[in-house]
Design a protein around this ligand. Structure first.
Ligand SMILES: [Zn+2]
Length: 627
C-alpha cells in the first residue's frame, strides 16, 4: 500500500528533456545549491547500519504471514510493522538513490542504489501475503475487526482498497502463472529500447552553420528547434526516414506489447486494457472520454495557435517541421537566486502560509540545483520519506524553462509537505493524477505573475508564447497520444492485425486531424506519420493522458483561485492536504471539480483563448509601433 515514489517530470512539461543539461560545469558545485543528504544519514557507515536494520525488518514482516486470522490485534500489528519498516526502508532507499544521481559515473554510488533496490524488492516479496490474506478474511470479518478495535479505523481506506481487487484476483495457481508471465511482458519494451537507443544507425547531417550533426533522438530534439527552416526540414526528413526503415520491426514490437497487455486484461477479467489501467487509481472511464471529447470539440483553438505561429514566423505554408521553433526569443536570464524570488512571489495567491512554507524550504538545502558532470539529467521531486522533508533534483540552466521546472517541482514538494502534515503515514502518499495538478498549478501561477510584471510588449509576447506552447505540448499532444493508444488497443481487442504500416496509418489520421492538415492549417508530410515510432510512452499503458488531465485541473484551480477569494484558496489547499486519503477522482470531487465533466478541459481552453487574444493584441501593438 505504500508505493515507491519518485515523481519524475521529464515528460510533464514536454519541454524539459534538455540535452544541454549534461553540459559540464568546471568548478565543484556550491554546497548552498546542493541538497544535504546528511539530513538522512550522517555517513555512509550509518547508512550501512540502517540497511542491515531494514533487511532484518524484512524478515520480521515475512514472519507475520498467516497471522491475520488470529484477530484484530494481529491485523493492527501487521499494518504498524509495515509502516515502521517503511520509515527505515524509504530513508535507506532515498539516501542511496539521490546519492547515485549526483554522479552516475561513481560505481560505489551505483552499487549502493542496487543494494537499496534489492532490499526493496525483498520487502515487496516478503509482504506480498498481506493483500490476499485481507481478501481471504473478507469484508464481514474485517468490519468486525474494525468495530472491535477502533485503532484499525484509520486503515479503512487501505483495507477497502485492497478488497477492491477481489473480482480481478485469481487462485494461487493462476496467480503464480500470471507472475511468471510478467517476466516475459517486459521483453517488447526492452527490444524497443535496444533498437532506439543503440542499434539504429543514425544519419549525420551538415547544417547551415557547417556543424556536423548526428540525427539520433538527442540530435533531433536539439536541432528541430533551429531558426533556419532548411535545417529543421532536413533534420525532420533524416530522422523520420531512418525510423521508417525500422517500421516493420517496431510495429511488431509494439503489437507484441499490446498482446501481452491484452493477456493480463483478459485473465484478470477486465472489460478492456484502458479500464484495467484506470483501476489502480479507481478512475472512472468517463474521465478519459471527457478529456478526448472536449479536446476534439476544441481543436479550432489549437489551429488558431498554429496559424498565429505561422504569422509570427512569416510562413505562408507552415509545415509540421516548423512546430518546435519558438515564436519569440527569451528576454533575459534567470539565475537560481532570481528564480527563487520570482516563484516565492508567484505563489502568493495560494496564501501566506503556503508562500512562507515555500520561501522557508527554498532557503534550506533540499535541492540539487545545477548541472554537473555525471549528474542525472532532467528534474524530479523525491518525497518518499514520511518523517523527512522532500528533495528536489534540478538541472537549472538560467532559462525560463528552468524557472517553470523549478515552480513545478516545488509544487510536488509542497504537496508532499502539506499532505505529510495533515495525514498519517499510510494516507499521505498521493498519485501522479493529483500531484501533477499541484505541480502544474504552480507553473501557471508563475506564468500569470510573469505576465503581470512584464516590462515590455516583447517580454509579454515571450511569456504568452511559452504558455501557449505548454498547452500545445502538455494538453493537445498528450491527448492525441492517448487517443492513439485508445485506438490501437481497441483494434487489438477487436482482433485486427496490427503491422507497422497499419499503426502508421492510424497515427497519421489522428495527427492530421489534431493539426488541421485537411483544413489547410498545416502541411504534414506523410513521412512524419512515423512519429509514433519515437514515443516510448506507448509502452507505459495509458499513462500520458494524466499530463493532459493535470494541466486542465491546474487551469481550473488557478482560475478559481485568481478570480475567487479565501473559499476557493482553502478548497484547493485542502485538496493538497488530503494527500492520498481517498482515490484521486474523489479528491477532485471534494474540491468541487468533476474530472469526468467538461469543466476542467473547458477551463484550459478558456485560458488558451485568453492567451491567444492577448498575444494577438500585443503583437498588433508591437507591429504598429514598428510602423
Ligand atoms: Zn511532475
Amino acid at each position: 500500500m505504500n508505493r515507491l515514489k519518485l515523481i519524475a517530470c521529464l515528460a510533464a512539461t514536454g519541454l524539459a528533456l534538455n540535452p544541454t543539461a549534461l553540459i559540464a560545469q568546471e568548478e565543484a558545485p556550491d554546497p548552498r545549491w546542493t541538497w544535504d543528504l546528511g539530513d538522512l544519514y550522517e555517513s555512509d557507515s550509518d547508512w550501512n547500519a540502517a540497511l542491515q536494520e531494514a533487511l532484518a525488518g524484512v524478515e520480521e514482516i515475512r514472519g507475520l504471514k498467516g497471522t491475520l486470522s488470529e484477530g484484530p490485534q494481529a491485523l493492527l500489528a501487521a499494518f504498524e510493522t509495515s509502516n515502521r519498516w517503511m520509515l527505515t526502508g524509504s530513508r535507506v532507499f532515498t539516501y542511496a538513490s539521490l546519492g547515485a544521481d549526483e554522479n552516475l559515473g561513481d560505481p560505489r554510488g551505483q552499487e549502493r542504489r542496487q543494494q537499496a533496490q534489492r532490499m526493496f524488492s525483498e520487502y515487496q516479496q516478503a509482504s506480498a501475503w498481506l493483500q490476499p490474506e485481507l481478501m481471504a478474511l473478507g469484508r464481514e470479518t474485517l468490519e468486525r475487526y474494525m468495530d472491535e478495535l477502533p485503532a484499525l479505523q484509520t486503515y479503512r481506506f487501505n483495507i477497502e482498497d485492497a478488497l477492491r481487487y477481489e473480482p480481478h484476483t485469481l487462485g494461487d495457481e493462476a496467480e503464480s502463472v500470471i507472475a511468471a508471465a510478467g517476466l516475459m511482458q517486459a521483453s517488447p519494451f526492452n527490444v524497443y529500447g535496444l533498437l532506439s537507443n543503440s542499434e539504429i544507425p543514425w544519419q549525420t547531417l551538415t547544417l547551415s552553420t557547417g556543424e556536423e550533426a548526428l540525427i539520433n533522438s538527442q540530435g533531433y530534439s536539439r536541432h528541430r528547434t533551429s531558426r533556419v527552416r532548411e535545417d529543421r526540414k532536413a533534420v525532420f526528413d533524416a530522422f523520420w526516414t531512418t525510423w521508417g526503415e525500422y517500421k516493420g520491426t517496431a510495429g511488431q514490437t509494439l503489437a507484441a506489447h499490446l498482446t501481452s497487455q491484452l493477456f493480463t486484461t483478459r485473465v484478470r477479467r477486465y472489460d478492456d486494457t484502458l479500464t484495467r489501467n484506470l483501476f489502480q487509481d479507481n478512475l472512472p472511464r468517463s474521465v478519459y472520454d471527457a478529456l478526448v471529447d472536449v479536446t476534439n470539440e476544441n481543436l479550432p483553438s489549437l489551429h488558431r495557435y498554429l496559424e498565429l505561429k505561422a504569422r509570427v514566423l512569416g510562413l505562408d505554408d507552415m509545415g509540421y517541421e516548423d512546430i518546435y521553433v519558438s515564436m519569440v526569443e527569451a528576454p533575459q536570464d534567470y539565475p537560481i537566486g532570481d528564480t527563487i524570488e520570482l516563484v516565492n512571489k508567484a505563489v502568493l495567491p495560494l496564501g501566506e502560509t503556503y508562500a512562507d512554507t515555500l520561501a522557508d524550504a527554498a532557503g534550506k538545502r533540499w535541492m540539487h540545483v545545477h548541472p554537473n558532470p555525471g549528474k542525472r539529467s532532467g528534474a524530479y521531486m523525491s518525497g518518499f520519506v514520511y518523517d523527512e522533508h522532500p528533495f528536489i533534483l534540478l538541472n537549472h540552466l538560467d532559462d525560463y524553462n528552468s524557472v517553470s521546472t523549478y515552480a513545478h517541482e516545488w509544487g510536488h514538494a509542497l504537496h508532499q509537505v502539506l499532505a505529510n502534515q495533515a495525514q498519517p503515514q499510510h494516507l499521505a502518499g498521493f498519485s501522479i493524477f493529483t500531484t501533477e495538478t499541484a505541480a502544474i498549478a504552480n507553473e501557471l501561477l508563475t506564468q500569470t505573475y510573469m505576465l503581470s510584471n512584464a516590462s515590455s510588449d516583447e517580454e509579454r509576447l515571450y511569456y504568452l508564447g511559452y504558455a501557449l506552447e505548454q498547452i500545445r505540448s502538455t494538453f493537445f499532444r498528450q491527448t492525441m497520444f492517448s487517443e492513439f493508444e485508445g485506438e490501437i488497443y481497441a483494434a487489438m481487442e477487436r482482433g485486427e492485425p496490427l503491422s507497422g504500416d497499419r499503426i502508421t496509418q492510424i497515427y497519421g489520421e489522428i495527427l492530421r486531424r489534431y493539426h488541421g492538415a485537411d483544413e489547410g492549417v498545416m502541411r504534414i508530410d506523410e513521412l512524419y506519420h512515423n512519429e509514433w515510432l519515437f514515443v516510448p510512452h506507448f509502452y507505459f499503458n495509458f499513462y500520458v493522458f494524466q499530463y493532459a488531465t493535470s494541466i486542465a485541473g491546474a487551469a481550473y484551480f488557478t482560475e478559481q483561485i485568481l478570480n475567487g477569494g479565501q473559499v476557493e484558496r482553502d478548497n484547493y489547499l485542502r485538496f493538497l492536504q488530503a494527500g492520498g486519503s481517498r482515490h484521486p477522482y474523489d479528491l477532485f470531487l471534494d474540491a468541487g471539480l468533476d474530472m469526468a465533466s467538461p469543466a476542467p478541459y473547458e477551463a484550459l481552453i478558456r485560458r488558451m483563448d485568453m492567451l491567444l487574444d492577448d498575444f494577438e493584441a500585443t503583437l498588433n501593438r508591437v507591429e504598429e509601433a514598428k510602423g
